[in-house]
Design a protein around this ligand. Structure first.
Ligand code: KG4
Ligand code: ZN
Length: 349
């Protein structure tokens, strides 16, 4: 029997991704982004994102197939993000995935987008250890998870954010500094010339009485907004680089402190950081420094696999196929607000 070749389809936000994975290895991928079309609005406009997915789906799939050096008929399984995400955007990718699976007469798996972020690391660093802490930091979610076998075991939430996600905080602060969208990369670029100690922005939920793995970023965003307002009202120029660097440092301090605490409290030795914000250079460097000092194995996918892509969804599909999971079937519904309890979204009733 030849090895399964799994096509992954991602369309939950503004990235249209097709990835092809076989036996834990990324064969190739195609990726298109409508981010530039959302920039003037300071955030993703769902209808624009959905139309963009529709426009680019077929050409992006063709890029993935050419990159992998496989024909469409070689695909043995299809996996697609069926949630969470923007409803209209998820629908486009899921409909594309259903059409492909139906026309090829191959099984279809509905995949939880956030499990995809974690699976991206498998493509870079190989199978996950028996148990690890996964810090997911994306535009919509910030969670510390205790993870065993990603597709067989339930995923345990140790803590989440009470309000804004880490990526959302980057996006909102970028907007109020007039830096555009998406916020992460533009804040990082601005921060490179700034002094991270110039403003002491709050690090929320780090007191002993606070929930140890719970995050809150809305106070930080408000503190940055107040600082900008105060400077503007006084007629002073806004030191964008210093504010960006100080904000970024505050986010990174909280993320790294809580993630390391979880690894140590749980007696584990592996920390995996995934999601769009894991592309952040300051976060990567600071996490590495602390993990090295504590003897913790740190795994972070390369930046191109941290932000949304189809390869990560194919990676979950590949794991599901190898675990012998029952396919979700062509009747699977999109679940835009799916909670993360497992890698595969529930089978249709
Ligand atoms: O995982 P992702 O691509 O999409 C979601 O699932 O939400 O994450 C997107 C988020 C955005 O908020 C974006 O600003 C942030 O990831 N991001 C970054 C960086 N690159 C993307 N945040 C900080 N530093 C970066 N280099
Ligand atoms: Zn994502």
């Amino acid at each position: 029997m030849t090895a399964p070749i799994v096509l992954g389809v991602e369309s939950s936000c503004d990235e249209t991704g097709f990835g092809i994975v076989s036996e834990g290895r990324l064969l190739g991928q195609g990726l298109a982004s409508s981010a530039a079309r959302h920039a003037e609005f300071g955030g993703v406009v769902p209808e624009i994102a959905a139309r963009a997915h529709l426009d680019v789906a077929v050409p992006t799939l063709q890029v993935a197939l050419a990159d992998a050096g496989v024909e469409l008929r070689d695909i043995t399984h299809v996996a697609a993000t069926s949630g969470p995400g923007l409803a209209t955007a998820v629908h486009v990718g899921l409909a594309a995935a259903k059409s492909i699976a139906w026309s090829l007469d191959v099984p279809l798996y509905g995949v939880h987008h956030l499990a995809g972020h974690a699976a991206a690391d498998v493509l870079e660093h190989g199978p996950l250890p028996e148990r690890s802490i996964v810090l997911i930091v994306s535009g919509g979610h910030t969670s510390i998870l205790a993870v065993g076998d990603l597709v067989r075991d339930p995923i345990e939430h140790l803590g989440d954010t009470l309000d804004d996600a880490a990526g959302e905080a980057f996006d909102k602060v970028a907007r109020l500094l007039g830096l555009g969208y998406p916020g992460g990369p533009v804040i990082s670029r601005a921060a490179a010339d700034g002094d991270p100690t110039s403003f002491s922005f709050p690090r929320a939920m780090l007191r002993p009485q606070d929930a140890p793995y719970t995050f809150s970023f809305s106070g930080l965003k408000t503190a940055v907004a107040r600082t900008v307002e105060t400077l503007e009202r006084a007629g002073e120029s806004v030191p964008v680089a210093d504010i960006a660097a100080s904000f970024e440092q505050a986010v990174v301090d909280v993320l790294v402190t809580k993630a390391l605490r979880a690894v140590q409290d749980q007696g584990l030795d592996t920390l995996i950081i995934v999601g769009g914000v894991a592309a952040n250079a300051r976060l990567r460097a600071q996490a590495q420094e602390h993990c090295d000092a504590l003897g913790i194995d740190l795994r972070i996918p390369p930046p191109r696999l941290c932000t949304d892509n189809g390869a990560m969804i194919a990676a979950v599909g590949d794991l599901l196929v190898h675990a012998g999971a029952e396919p979700s079937g062509l009747g699977i519904a999109a679940d835009p607000s799916a909670l993360l309890h497992g890698a595969q979204l529930p089978l249709p009733r």
